[in-house]
Design a protein around this ligand. Structure first.
Ligand code: AHG
Ligand code: MN
Ligand code: MN
Ligand code: MN
Length: 337
């Protein structure tokens, strides 16, 4: 009959969060769950605008730049406003750091969490219809902290949760909580619910795929050049790696999580501290990769999650993905240490 073919025991994100909260035991106040519901609403709203952008003239530049020097797209600004309002509205956030806002936003009230976010990642690709996404990280505000920007300058090891939503063929949310698994949810547009579609995502230990903007080769240091040459022109009878670069970190990260391989945005002569921002790009992605069984390091061979940002928009080089692929980078970099 058809009944056993239909999954009627659907795990929505809402149900998943309730079950997680029960696992946390009685001291869980529900604040984190309510914060995640606000995040979920932000993702659904951004997905809605992204999908209609071309139809309602939302593509193109906003005519402004952000504090990291990026030209802001209209959707960068709208994504940011949606996110800020959702975080303010839930009453659980004290400090919010966004790529699109120069200063950390401190909300009134006694929110217990610090949220860092990249509202629209890969926005330079938006007008070409390429997948973009939202990256987020959640820290707990220290008990004695009153809630200022410096409170957000924490290493990724202190993240209580992180993840991203990629707005591709469908909206894919990847969520991980400290010490936990990585779970993937797909937005069912008809239901308006994120459904658990990829429970306990694990990244393959090896995969001959590399993802880097080779247009920066001129600016790479010798260690970097030697590493990439070693996988493009392998010694002996090794096969060269395949190259895959989308140019949206969330899309390159999601592919790396699903297929394995290595993603890199090295620090180089053009961007001595790297291009990607520590708080709302490198650290959340590093947490996802590590908790899925992968690795993430900086250009100075530090564990990415241990890098402490000097300011809220501080940057770092990053190599992340399959454990054995990142170990190959370390092997070569150690020769130059
Ligand atoms: P954002 O759109 O949030 O500013 O991030 C863009 C980042 C990241 O998504 C991607 O990995 C990287 O920029 C691509 O940079 P290049 O175009 O220099 O390769
Ligand atoms: Mn940007
Ligand atoms: Mn980004
Ligand atoms: Mn962005």
């Amino acid at each position: 009959g058809t009944s056993e073919d239909i999954d009627t025991d659907i795990i929505t994100l809402t149900r998943f969060l309730t079950e997680q909260q029960h696992n946390l035991g009685s001291h869980a106040t529900g604040d984190f769950t309510l914060l995640c519901h606000a995040l979920q609403f932000a993702f659904k709203s951004i997905a809605y605008y992204i999908r209609r952008a071309t139809l309602i003239n939302l593509v193109g530049l906003a005519g402004s730049a952000n504090s990291t020097g990026d030209d802001q797209k209209k959707l960068d600004v709208i994504g940011n406003d949606i996110f800020v309002n959702a975080m303010r509205g839930c009453g659980k956030v004290k400090v919010l750091v966004s790529e699109e806002v120069e200063e950390a936003i401190v909300f009134p009230g006694n929110g217990k969490y610090i949220v860092v976010c990249d509202p629209i990642d890969g926005s330079s690709n938006l007008d070409a219809g390429v997948s973009v996404g939202t990256i987020f990280g959640i820290f707990k505000l220290s008990d004695d902290a009153e809630g200022v920007a410096e409170d957000a300058c924490k290493p990724g090891t202190e993240l209580v949760a992180s993840g991203f939503t990629m707005y591709g063929a469908s909206a894919n949310l990847v969520l991980t909580m400290k010490g936990g698994e990585v779970n993937g949810f797909t937005l069912d547009n008809a239901l308006g619910e994120f459904i658990l579609s990829h429970p306990n995502m694990r990244i393959p230990k090896s995969r001959p795929i590399y993802s880097v903007n080779e247009g920066n080769t001129l600016y790479w240091d010798d260690a970097c050049k030697e590493y990439f040459d070693s996988i493009k022109f392998p010694k002996g009878n090794g096969k060269p790696y395949s190259s895959r670069y989308i140019g949206s970190m969330v899309a390159d990260a999601y592919r790396t999580l699903c297929y394995g391989g290595i993603f890199a945005y090295p620090a180089d002569k053009k961007s001595p501290k790297g291009k990607l921002r520590i708080l709302y790009e490198c650290a959340p992605m590093a947490m996802v990769m590590e908790q899925a069984g992968g690795m993430a390091i900086s250009s100075t061979r530090q564990r990415m999650l241990e890098v402490v940002p000097e300011h809220i928009h501080d940057r770092s080089g990053i190599f992340m993905g399959s454990e054995n692929e990142v170990k190959k980078v370390l092997e070569i970099f150690e020769k130059y240490a």
